[in-house]
Design a protein around this ligand. Structure first.
Ligand SMILES: O=C(O)CCC(=O)C(=O)O
Ligand SMILES: [Fe+2]
Length: 275
């Protein structure tokens, strides 16, 4: 599987010189990911982390820990976690928009960084924050702070295939991607952030995910994978129907990302972005 390689570029123009229509290639899982190096200034990443601690939006890693501490803190609105109650979800998304209004003052907006890069990859399509037909808007992006021990086991993300939600506008997209901007790495782990398996989810694969035996299955089937290594400021996009995972964070420094989900159809003039 050594020919299954990501686009790895300094910017969207570089990515498009490697692949004329990179999002279509992602949709077809021809490539594991599109990685854009240094998309956001590393010094602004560090500044954002200081701001989150100042505003008490995340736990200060220097502070004493307690048994009740959560291993993951979200700053933003998650459809996956809140979508069971649409009214609560859209109210929360409104509060997130207010929070984000001045949260990045003095820094380049990391959300604009993701949207602008995605737009530059998207050609004629229009990148917009996901919304319902009546105008209600989803959260535009979400920071996730992962503390010691947090891992993502092999899984997929898909509003219909995994979450079984059909009553949201984003359910119309059969192709769903993630965009992940690395804000901070855990100091004492390797910089491997995403492990993308060369395996698109099907009903046949699900039992191996449920049983926690996907690694054995992948070995038997000789399924290759792509390891994505990121430094703060690097941004990557991948198809969330690929089985993927993130190794456990180890140590006091949390791993922090800004994440979005993306809905893409080859024939749809709009690309929806939400969290
Ligand atoms: O944090 C990442 O790099 C990806 C995390 C992920 O797969 C998820 O949140 O579903
Ligand atoms: Fe995921």
């Amino acid at each position: 599987m050594s020919d299954w390689l990501p686009i790895d570029a300094m910017d969207s123009a570089g990515a498009r010189s490697q692949q004329q229509d990179p999002l279509r290639a992602l949709a077809q899982a021809e490539i594991p990911a599109i990685i854009l190096r240094g998309a956001y200034p590393a010094k602004d990443c560090a500044g954002l982390v200081r701001r989150f601690i100042e505003r008490d939006l995340m736990r200060d890693p220097q502070a004493p820990t307690s048994a009740q501490d959560r291993s993951r803190i979200d700053i933003g609105t998650s459809l996956g976690n809140r979508g069971a109650d649409p009214q609560d979800f859209f109210t929360h998304a409104g509060a997130t928009e207010t929070l984000f209004n001045d949260l990045f003052d003095g820094f380049i907006s990391p959300i604009a960084c993701i949207y602008d890069n995605l737009q530059a990859l998207a050609g004629d399509k229009q990148v917009v924050t996901a919304h319902e037909a009546d105008g209600r808007r989803y959260g535009p992006a979400i920071f996730r702070v992962h503390y010691d021990g947090h891992a993502y086991k092999p899984h997929i993300d898909h509003v219909v295939l995994r979450e079984k939600r059909v009553d949201y506008a984003v359910a119309r997209f059969t192709n769903q991607f993630a965009g992940i901007l690395c804000v901070q790495n855990a100091a004492s782990t390797s910089t491997t952030q995403g492990l993308l398996h060369h395996c698109v989810w099907t009903e046949q694969v699900q039992p191996h995910i449920t049983a926690g035996t996907f690694h054995d299955y992948a070995e038997q089937q000789q399924i290759g994978h792509c390891r994505v290594e990121l430094e703060p400021g690097d941004l990557y996009f991948f198809n969330t129907r690929l089985i993927h995972e993130v190794p456990a964070v180890i140590g006091d420094d949390p791993r922090i990302v800004l994440a979005v989900f993306i809905g893409y159809e080859p024939d749809d003039p709009e690309i929806f972005v939400w969290s």
